[in-house]
Design a protein around this ligand. Structure first.
Ligand code: SF4
Length: 410
């Protein structure tokens, strides 16, 4: 071999070795070796509980909670980072591990067709099965559970106080907790005068067991349940969960497969299947689309999305187009121009949808609910505030012409 040949072979060898090392590092990041896993999650760990929707396969288990259907050898975690094969069984690693807990206006979810102006007890555990490049909650959703803060502030009571002029205001009390079991969530939701519990911020599918147990207790206590999700879940777990859910808000990220793959790491088809499942089960469904400039805002995509929602979910399905602000891995794009949201809204209204909203744009006409028959404002909003509500007193009917508006109003 010539000296040039030897040099080329050496370079090739070095490049191959570097590529192998990088691949091994990536593999270890996704599938930590059993010793690491076991030391992070000793049996007495508060948050490790048996997981559901998984079965044994050759040399491991297969999780069937979401469309990834991860194969997990002993000690491995799934793509969501929060479920793993621990001793030959699937475990959730985030049971009762709240990473964020807040009392929010229901408009912040955004849910517009249930109890306008009410408070909703909102919580998230770490983890997500998608990896959206512009995730607006990436500090929670993209966490490994061991990276989450050990203790978080948890709203525990809302006390009514009075100003010297006699007007009332609410004062929120909090406690610090390293574990927030379902019974505490329900107790605190009632004590903070919330009417519902929301499983939100990150992806509730991946903390399924925690959400399910909480929703069961919340329902018994007279609270409503709201799941805010990307809809990336398999049909069987969805079907078991739906009887407990009053509203499901689906974040439909876009309307072409390539965008879904590139931007979220997932796929569009399973999300459509989830939406059809919600329709079939009669669950009140609201759909939101985060409009990202230059990525999912073409007229063709927006029109296809609106037409699909109308034809498959019905003209009365509330549809939101929300403003994107630069976040996580997408910092070079501007916030969505208001004109783009107005264009999206016009397209959807033109396709025959009756309740089309613009989100994250306080002061826009697109925040209001209008009667589809007479065109009058039924609920006037500004940001998360409800300025005027004509629907709650009438139980969801337009006071001028009696048109029934879909939703939960009493
Ligand atoms: S829930 Fe997690 S572990 Fe289960 S299939 Fe989905 S990504 Fe994989």
């Amino acid at each position: 071999m010539t000296s040039e040949g030897r040099a080329a072979a050496a370079v090739l060898w070095a490049v191959s070795a570097a590529a192998l090392a990088a691949a091994a590092a990536a593999l270890i990041a996704f599938y930590p070796p059993p010793s690491t896993f076991a030391s992070l999650y000793p049996p007495q760990n508060l948050h490790v509980r048996p997981g559901r929707f998984a079965g044994p396969v050759c040399n491991g288990v297969q999780c069937r909670l979401c469309p990834y259907d991860c194969f997990l050898p002993e000690g491995a975690r799934g793509l969501c980072k929060v479920r793993g094969n621990y001793g030959g069984r699937i475990k959730t690693l985030v049971y009762a591990q709240a990473a964020a807990v807040h009392v929010d206006p229901i408009e912040k979810k955004p849910v517009y067709h249930m109890y306008p102006g009410s408070l909703i007890y909102s919580l998230a555990a770490p983890g997500c099965n998608l990896s959206c490049k512009g995730c607006q909650n990436w500090e929670i959703s993209q966490l490994y559970p061991e990276q989450a803060p050990r203790r978080v502030p948890v709203p525990s009571a809302l006390e009514v106080r009075f100003r010297p002029d006699g007007s009332a205001y609410g004062e929120l009390r909090s406690v610090e907790a390293d574990s927030l079991p379902p019974e505490d969530i329900v107790r605190y939701a009632l004590a903070t005068r919330c009417k519902a519990v929301a499983y939100t911020y990150s992806e509730p599918t991946v903390f399924y067991e925690y959400m399910y147990d909480t929703a069961l207790l919340a329902r018994k206590a007279g609270l409503k349940n709201v799941m805010v999700s990307a809809g990336y879940i398999n049909p069987e777990p969805l079907a078991e969960l739906l009887p407990l859910m009053d509203v499901v808000k689906i974040d439909l990220k876009g309307f072409n497969e390539k965008f879904y793959r590139d931007y979220t790491g997932g796929g569009l088809a399973p999300v459509k299947r989830t939406l059809l499942g919600l329709k079939k089960n009669g669950v009140l469904t609201e759909v939101v689309n985060l409009v990202v400039p230059g990525l999912n805002d073409s007229g063709a995509d927006l029109a296809a999305l609106a037409s699909w929602v109308k034809e498959n979910l019905g003209a009365e399905t509330p549809l939101f187009f929300s403003r994107f602000t630069p976040n996580y891995l997408i910092n070079e794009l501007p916030p969505t121009p208001l004109a783009t949201l107005e264009k999206a809204r016009a397209i959807a209204l033109g396709r025959g949808l009756k309740f089309v909203y613009a989100g994250n744009v306080p002061g826009s006409d697109g925040e209001n609910t209008y009667c589809p028959k007479c065109g009058r404002v039924l609920i006037r909003r500004y940001g998360f505030a409800v300025l005027e509500d004509r629907l709650t007193p009438t139980g969801g009917r337009c006071p001028w012409d009696g048109t029934k508006i879909p939703g939960i109003w009493k």
